[in-house]
Design a protein around this ligand. Structure first.
Ligand code: AMP
Ligand code: ZN
Length: 112
């Protein structure tokens, strides 16, 4: 997608702090971290939000939680705990219309 910031990161057109990459996902550090550990697990496919996920995407999403687990281990927060968040749409405050899951950790998180 043209003009999508995450598509540009995936293509290497704008820099990012990349932690992990496989066929389906790229994981980067959030540019504006809310917690000591704040990473974004981003689909390589441009999917605007959860509303746009189709059954055909099930292969992609099959590994989403195992990628999250790998990142938690890599960031050494698997023991202390972490939160996974997917904002979808306006009321959730979704800023970037390209599927991503936040992994938040590294300190005590505010209650939901
Ligand atoms: P959301 O509100 O779920 O759409 O979150 C989008 C997140 O992307 C925010 O936490 C932003 O700080 C983050 N973000 C926006 N641009 C970049 C970028 N170029 N590199 C890393 N993170 C970004
Ligand atoms: Zn995109």
């Amino acid at each position: 997608m043209e003009n999508c910031i995450f598509c540009k990161i995936i293509k290497g057109q704008i820099p990012s702090s990349k932690l992990y990459e496989d066929d389906d996902f790229i994981v980067i550090r959030d540019i504006n971290p809310l917690y000591k550990v704040h990473t974004l697990i981003i689909t390589k496919k441009h999917i605007a939000s959860v509303n746009e996920v189709t059954d055909g995407d099930s292969e992609i999403f099959r590994s989403l939680f195992s990628v999250a687990k790998k990142i938690a281990e890599k960031e050494n927060v698997n023991g202390s705990g972490f939160r996974l968040v997917v904002n979808s749409g306006k009321d959730a405050g979704q800023l970037v219309p390209h599927f991503h899951m936040h992994l938040l950790a590294g300190e005590k998180l505010r209650e939901l």
